[in-house]
Write a protein that binds this ligand. Structure first.
Ligand code: ATP
Ligand code: PAF
Ligand code: BAL
Length: 279
């Protein structure tokens, strides 16, 4: 497994991989890897002949400096996991290599960036879209794997690649969960044991609300009742909403003309949990 920390060596390594093996897949990450990320590597491998992972904690997508400062980092553990997963290449640039002095270009994806995480973290999706566009162009990958756990991010990146005619296939990968339903996330390590015991309620409430809505229950009342259960258990919900799956537009009644998603974010202690499921 080759490790690249500057752009010229990345270009040389990806050119060699593409020449030797035809199709290159990229797995963008911010490190502190867990089984969810490993699932992305396996899914990418299924669609390509070589897999590159990136590890870059992207300052442009953090609007809270304390969130950036405490973002978990574990370079040695990450490299061991990527090696075990069969990754061919790891791109881990320092911040100055990604954003050299004078960098002035950002990418704004208007539609699916609006609302939800876009409201909770102003500028977040501008940072995500900008770094993903750069990662796609830096690697020349033909496939990029993204977790469904970050549903809105997946839609933003898919829209961006289509709008900019970037010749890359965005591969969605289902959310990997703990046995009790909690979606794996790097930030889960900051939950106290009591919070960790409460955390699976988010997924349970969502699953029950989705089943109720699918069974004909009124959407606003079902979501309000779900939110109240979360509050009673100690969560501070940011949102629990039914949306159009691709546009993230809110729905107050089920649509008949396309897929829907239940999306949620809720704080539990100092950790903000994100989840989403199909309806
Ligand atoms: N449980 C999961 N199942 C599938 N994919 C996941 C999961 N968690 C993260 N991913 C995906 O891994 C990629 C990198 O995500 P990232 O490095 O931010 O990890 P993370 O665990 O989501 O961290 P955090 O939630 O703390 O931001 C993204 O495409 C993300 O959707
Ligand atoms: C896609 C990503 C690696 C871009 O920094 C990040 O938003 C993430 O880890 O989901
Ligand atoms: N998983 C999305 C990256 C972030 O939280 O910034």
């Amino acid at each position: 497994m080759q490790i690249c920390r500057d752009l010229p060596s990345l270009r040389a390594a990806t050119a060699a991989l593409r020449a030797a093996s035809r199709r290159l897949a990229l797995v963008p990450t911010m490190g502190a890897l867990h089984e969810g990320h490993v699932a992305l590597v396996h899914a990418a491998r299924g669609e390509a002949d070589a897999v590159a992972a990136s590890i870059f904690v992207n300052p442009l997508q953090f609007n809270a400096s304390d969130d950036l400062a405490r973002y978990p980092r574990d370079e040695e553990g990450d490299l061991a996991k990527l090696r075990a997963a069969g990754c061919d290449l790891v791109w881990m640039p320092p911040v100055e290599a990604m954003y050299p002095p004078g960098s002035a270009t950002v990418i704004e994806v208007a539609g699916p960036s609006a609302g939800w995480e876009g409201d909770a973290r102003p500028g977040h999706f501008r940072g995500v879209a900008t770094v993903c566009c750069k990662l796609f162009l830096q690697t020349g990958a033909e496939v990029a794997a993204f977790g469904e756990k970050d549903w809105q991010q997946l839609q933003v990146v898919t829209r961006m690649a289509a709008d900019l005619d970037i010749p890359i296939h965005i591969l969605p990968v289902p959310t990997v969960r703990e046995a009790d339903g909690l979606a794996l996330s790097s930030r889960n390590r900051f939950l106290t044991p009591e919070e960790r015991a409460t955390a699976p309620l988010l997924h349970r409430v969502m699953t029950e609300a989705a089943a109720a809505i699918a069974g004909g229950a009124a959407v606003p009342g079902t979501l309000a009742a779900g939110g109240a259960r979360l509050v009673a258990a100690g969560f501070a919900p940011d949102y629990l909403a039914l949306v159009e799956a691709e546009t993230l537009r809110a729905l107050d009644a089920p649509r008949a003309d396309g897929p829907m998603r239940l999306v949620a974010a809720a704080r539990l202690g100092t950790v903000r949990l994100l989840d989403n499921i199909p309806v």
